[in-house]
Design a protein around this ligand. Sequence first.
Ligand SMILES: C[S@@+](CC[C@H](N)C(=O)[O-])C[C@H]1O[C@@H](n2cnc3c(N)ncnc32)[C@H](O)[C@@H]1O
Length: 287
Amino acid sequence: MNIRAHAGASETPPELSTADFEAIANFALREFGLSLPASKTQLVKSRLARRLRALNLPNFAAYRSLLEGPNGQAERNELLSSLTTNVTKFFREIHHFEDLLRDVMPQLVARACQGERVRIWSAGCSSGQEPYSIALTALKCHPDIATKNFKILATDIDPSIIVKAREATYRDDEIAAVDKKIFRVSDIVRSVQVKEGCFTVSKDVRSLVTFGVLNLIEELPFNGAFNVIFCRNVAIYFNRETQQSVWSRFSSLLPSGGKLFIGHSERIMRADQPKLEPCGVTVYKKL
Ligand SMILES: C[S@@+](CC[C@H](N)C(=O)[O-])C[C@H]1O[C@@H](n2cnc3c(N)ncnc32)[C@H](O)[C@@H]1O
């Protein structure tokens, strides 16, 4: 029996006072843009109780001191991971990839073949399945796309998830779970087996994607535009004001006709963003 785990599980978690909750919520809003209303108190308490146990801290006040102190950087990443999810999968929300393959990619490929610069951004890419799905879609449309000025930028706030994304190694069952509407398994498994039960995305797919750590609520370090932006299941954590600011900045980075793909439970109101016209299920076109 794992005595430590057993002892930890039976301990009563420390109380999360209103003051501690508000301080942690303000910290998460300021640092990551996360919105934590009072209704999330129990969730925050149970998720962070695990961190207190792991760090052997007596209470949430000690946790706050660690977070805000000079040695808090590593724990800030743990805090974010505890309060958000990295859940993602290959070809998640398959209708976006159908749209990409049918309506978007042929035009982008044609432009890249004429020597134009083409850039796609996967913002909040988690462990990489989203940008690799975009790369696979591009390769399905044009197998030589890597020889053109065609790049996918993939960013996330969480440095540890970016390490995982760069490794590009996934369980075999992630491929088995892919919706087969447009992609056959043979389209997708452009991969090499590294060990039993796992595969690594092949070099030609990986070479299309550049990863980086980027917090979406901070100033964005881009000069050029993006033809397409994917930012799915990320803004759901932000309050309305932060969402508006993120949509506005995306809008200014898209050229006329550029497309923005967002998550299934996210919406952009036309009144708030008149230049982003809905053109599909959770897809918007820059006017
Ligand atoms: C649920 S995953 C979405 C992954 C992928 N886009 C998808 O839809 O499958 C949400 C990701 O957003 C990232 N995230 C949360 N807040 C962020 C922020 N302020 N800036 C950048 N990424 C953030 C998290 O680290 C996490 O990897």
